[in-house]
Design a binder for this molecule. Structure first.
Ligand code: SF4
Ligand code: MG
Length: 348
């Protein structure tokens, strides 16, 4: 089917500035550095990578909350990269975002009712809702808000309450209801469960899945943890330093990873880290993520790759189609996949 979202050659480079009197650009952080991806209607694309790999910037650039440096974003066949602000504003209803931390994304002084109705006041009811519940009036906004609360599993009594009166998981339900209330076609969820207790993470992921089945919405779910996106995603894109290094159907990726970085993400052992606030952030590999302002030569992963050879620091591996519907950027992908398959056989 036709892709609802089509991203082609997307780059988001941020200038690094120095000097107070003579402000000059001394380099660029290549947060997103040439990404091409598609998501078809009603499907979920998982985007996975370490903190700092550019996945949040990618999500924000798709919604034009961040202006792309180059490349295109097509939504429903229309190139929105150069859309004037007014037209973009009208499209916003159809493209919404769920944030990591609902406590900081929800105004604490607003009641749940007011938080839910606000997007409707800004954008109005969607046409599909107008057909169902009639004209765009305060009473119908309230009906829609109540309906949405029920869909996210919160009682009607929640309307009069404030964000601090809820648990983290319930607050994220409010955040999701707020994103869904305008009946968007596309929702980008940036680390939707990473601020939540492990015990409620699955509930929120299940809620997102149920809402997709009910409303037919298309998702991009961003996470640093492959396990979080595994079940909800139809396809998964693995990002490293601003680029996609592997992309595949979710099951196929788990069945047969081709890229050494994907293998590392899969075998990562959770290590509590007292320095990182989110102690579930996993230590994936030896060494730090190199700076996206000055990425390594050749394959960007070569400084941390257990498979790296001479060729890797010299030649940038192209993102190539290795099997139908699968792309990977590694000179030695076939060898890696074979070794992983052999190792798995020995284990079993
Ligand atoms: Fe590792 Fe080389 Fe493949 Fe890059 S190209 S992932 S360094 S083996
Ligand atoms: Mg992020």
């Amino acid at each position: 089917s036709e892709n609802l979202l089509e991203v082609t050659g997307l780059k988001v480079h941020f200038p690094i500035r120095k000097g107070i009197v003579f402000d000059r650009t001394v380099g660029h952080v290549k947060a997103v550095d040439g990404i091409s991806l598609g998501v078809s209607t009603g499907q979920t694309l998982g985007v996975v990578g370490e903190s700092g790999c550019g996945k949040s910037t990618l999500g924000r650039a798709i919604l034009r909350l961040e202006e792309p440096t180059s490349g295109t974003v097509k939504f429903n066949g229309q190139d929105i990269t150069s859309l004037p602000a007014e037209k973009m504003r009208r499209l916003r209803r159809r493209m919404q975002m769920v944030f990591q931390d609902p406590l900081s994304s929800l105004d604490p002084r607003q009641s749940i009712e007011s938080l839910l109705i606000e997007p409707l006041t800004v954008h109005g009811l969607a046409e599909s809702d107008l057909e169902k519940i009639g004209r765009d009036s305060p009473a119908n906004h309230r009906r829609k808000a109540l309906n949405m609360l029920e869909l996210v599993g919160l009682p009607a009594s929640a309307m009069a309450k404030y964000p601090h009166e809820f648990s983290g998981g319930q607050r994220q339900r409010v955040g999701i209801a707020r994103a869904m209330i305008c009946s968007p076609d596309l929702v980008i969820a940036d680390e939707p469960v990473s601020a939540l207790d492990v015990s409620v993470q699955a509930q929120v992921i299940n809620l997102l899945e149920d809402l997709q089945a009910e409303l037919g919405v298309t998702y991009v779910v961003i996470a640093h943890d492959l396990a979080v996106v595994r079940h909800i995603s139809d396809r998964i894109a693995v990002m490293y330093l601003g680029q996609v290094v592997e992309e595949a159907g979710s099951d196929e990726l788990y069945e047969k990873p081709y890229h050494p970085y994907t293998v590392a993400l899969m075998s990562a052992i959770p290590v509590p880290d007292p320095v990182v606030e989110d102690s579930r952030e996993r230590i994936l590999l030896e060494g730090d993520l190199p700076s996206p302002a000055d990425p390594p030569s050749g394959c960007r992963f070569h400084t941390r790759c257990p498979w790296a050879r001479e060729k890797c620091s010299q030649e940038d591996p192209e993102l190539r189609e290795i099997e139908p519907g699968r792309r990977v950027a590694c000179h030695f992908a076939e060898e890696v996949a074979q070794k992983i398959a052999d190792d798995r056989e020995v284990e079993n």
